[in-house]
Write a protein of this length. Structure first.
Length: 290
């Protein structure tokens, strides 16, 4: 059996074909330009393979409610040209296969959930955050996603400000100093005038970021009580997560039990930001079973 994956990012699309073991048999990627050009490239790619279903993890916001006339649409995105795009409808005109439609971070969360269970970790629930150009989060519990009215927007929760960061206004165009506005990659340029890759981990800015990311981990810990929290994306590294774990333990103050914090707050099991592709394969298979 062959299934397809579309990881639809604001910068590039990654399309792949795999099997029921979640192994990639072929893949390609291309820049995200206009909807017409980019979606046609995806269609042309999958026409070369006999895929039985496709899982799609897209940047958003997107409409997930199947009873909505805009189901399958990218909605109020700031991405130029993509607002109000009928993503699923466009693909369905030329690809007559079942499709599972979700957010990019939900796809990654599902991929990590699947890989964790295959690695014999005894987990029933998992939260995945990506911290890169923006910040997003998704949650999977017992093989299902959290969120009925729409997908979670964990990147836009509000935080207690670090005492050494009170003058920074944040970069989120909607909320200023929400989580995304304080820890997304471009905040390094806004604070320091240079990208995060050029900022040594000894710089105090990383301690400030860890303080905020730890608060995000505490929020989902106390609200959802997941078995595991995974952080991915270009801003995240293992040394940075060590700082997050220290802040998390300090702020949580043993209020609830989470076990070994090094196993509770982790990097992705799937390397090279490939969690969404694995998740898409699994969700494509799921769409065949529903």
């Amino acid at each position: 059996m062959l299934v397809g994956s579309i990881e639809a990012g604001g910068t590039k699309f990654v399309c792949a074909v795999g099997n029921e073991d979640y192994s990639i048999k072929d893949s390609t990627h291309f820049p995200t330009t206009t909807p017409e050009e980019t979606l046609q490239k995806a269609i042309d790619y999958f026409k070369k393979f006999d895929v039985e279903a496709i899982g799609i993890a897209s940047f958003g916001p997107i409409e997930l409610r199947k009873n909505s006339p805009k189901y399958g649409y990218i909605t109020k995105t700031p991405k130029a040209h993509w607002a109000d795009t009928d993503f699923i409808g466009t693909l369905k005109k030329e690809l007559n296969v079942p499709m599972f439609w979700t957010t990019d971070v939900n796809g990654s969360a599902y991929g990590e959930y699947i890989m964790s269970t295959l690695s014999n970790e005894k987990i029933e629930s998992l939260v995945y955050y990506t911290i890169g150009t923006g910040v997003g989060g998704g949650a999977a519990r017992n093989g299902e996603f959290v969120g009925n009215l729409g997908h979670p927007e964990m990147g836009h929760t509000f935080l207690k400000r670090h005492p050494d960061d009170l003058d920074f206004k944040g970069i989120c165009p909607f909320h200023g100093d929400c989580l995304e506005g304080l820890v997304a990659g471009p905040t390094f340029d806004a604070r320091l005038g240079k990208p995060g890759k050029d900022v040594p981990l000894t710089d105090h800015t990383w301690d400030i970021m860890a303080y905020y990311v730890a608060q995000a981990a505490i929020q989902v810990t106390l609200i959802l009580r997941p078995d595991k929290i995974v952080f991915g994306g270009g801003v995240v590294s293992e040394p940075f997560l060590d700082k997050v774990r220290v802040e998390f333990k300090k702020l949580l103050n043993d209020y609830v039990e989470v076990g070994d914090v090094n196993k509770y707050i982790t990097m992705p099991l799937v390397k090279n930001n490939g969690s969404a592709t694995v998740g898409d394969f699994a969700l494509a298979i799921k769409s065949l079973q529903e």
